[in-house]
Design a protein around this ligand. Structure first.
Ligand SMILES: Cc1ncc(COP(=O)(O)O)c(C=O)c1O
Length: 373
């Protein structure tokens, strides 16, 4: 049984985001010739959460032991373990979202863990020394390692090239966060399983959804009020949330999504994302009430989002009412990690995908400056 704390915004009536959070399909991002093949043994699921489910099952979560997950997470990282009736424990993170290695070692020492989930947040890979240390701990304790590259497609490709089915090392990706495609979840490291193909109607809907996803809506016309709203709700749960649909766990991702992934111009996408990240850093420089979690990126990194850390969450509602496209992991399982408890309310995820236009970035920056200056 897990205790969750969830921010309930239903009384706030926030408008829909005026700028798309995820990229849509754009012809200019595509090329006719397919790019290089992906690392061998990859399987394409409907979403990353179902790829995680297959990785957890192969690692023995539920049947042989618990999932050891990072204390900062979204619900879809935990749901697959709950679907397997697996216990979930948490390890704390430092302010840069790296694992607290001493605490991690102590949790593994307690025993009863089947798999450890390590997340490369926002597209930024964990430091090589951290990866080595985590892999060594997993080997020492006979625990499978599931690398969560849901935010980091290029990292997934690099790491997947190193994992072999049966080795206890799994890599999971969520390509629809990176490409303008409607669905998808990749898994490397598990023996392939039979996945049901999707029907032609779903394929057609997938192309339509991919195309529509990048279209902006109009910014709200009302002035953004400053007062706070919403409440935190506590619950005890052992079942997966509505975001996990068991019926989709054994289905394949859309063939159309695979086509888009294989035919996207990877260098162009990565370059635009890096450029937008740098623009964000400049736009928020000097804000009194917020700072970038990471003002700059490691060389060659293709970011998923721009993480912005608020000094406190008193202006969150004003930012949402302005129509800003903000994601926040404000539903979190309780743990002893102070960083995650803070980031649940104060870490904003802002889009930096390839589909953003200069005027959209400028508008988002002006709204942030107005509310957080
Ligand atoms: C870090 C992380 N892992 C896994 C997932 C699950 O991916 P998907 O949405 O494709 O199921 C998400 C989704 O937001 C995520 O952010």
């Amino acid at each position: 049984m897990l205790e969750f704390v969830r921010f309930d915004p239903s009384a706030c009536h926030f408008p829909p985001p005026a700028v798309p959070v995820l990229p849509g399909l754009r012809l200019g991002d595509l090329r006719l010739l397919a790019g290089p093949a992906w690392p061998a043994h990859g399987q394409h699921f409907v979403r990353g959460r179902y790829a995680l489910a297959a990785a957890y099952a192969a690692a023995g979560v539920g049947a042989r032991g618990a999932l050891l997950a990072p204390a900062y997470h979204c619900r879809t990282m935990l749901d697959p373990a709950l679907a397997l009736d697996g216990a979930i424990r948490f390890y704390p993170l430092d302010g840069d979202l790296g694992p607290d290695l001493d605490a991690l070692a102590a949790r593994l020492q307690e025993g009863g863990v089947a798999a450890l989930l390590l997340t490369h947040y926002f597209g930024v890979p964990q430091a090589p020394a951290t990866l080595e240390a985590v892999q060594a701990l997993c080997r020492r304790h006979g625990v499978a390692l599931v690398e969560d590259c849901a935010h980091a497609w290029p990292v997934a490709l690099q790491r997947a090239a190193l994992c072999q089915p049966g080795s206890g090392h799994y890599v999971v990706a969520s390509p629809s966060k990176y490409f303008g495609c409607a669905d998808g979840g990749m898994l490397w490291g598990a023996a392939p399983q039979a996945l049901a193909p999707r029907g032609w109607l779903q394929e057609v809907r997938g192309w339509r959804d991919a195309w529509r996803r990048g279209r902006p809506s109009a910014p709200p016309v009302q002035a953004a009020a400053q007062h706070a709203c919403g409440t935190d709700v506590r619950s005890r749960e052992r079942a997966p949330s509505h975001q996990y649909q068991p019926a989709l766990a054994a289905s394949s991702g859309l063939a159309g999504s695979r086509w888009i992934m294989r035919h996207s111009r990877l260098e162009r996408l990565a370059g635009q994302r890096r450029q937008h990240y740098a623009t964000w850093s400049a736009l928020v420089a000097g804000l009194a009430r917020a700072r970038p979690l990471w003002p700059s990126l490691p060389d060659g990194c293709a970011p998923y989002m721009f993480p912005l850390l608020l000094a406190d969450d008193s202006r969150f509602a004003a930012l949402k009412r302005a129509g800003l496209p903000i994601w926040r992991w404000d539903e979190l399982a309780s743990s002893d990690c102070a960083v995650s408890a803070r980031y649940r309310r104060e870490l904003l995820h802002l889009p930096c995908h390839q589909g953003l236009e200069a005027d959209q970035l400028e508008w988002m920056g002006s709204q942030l400056r107005r509310v957080l200056a």
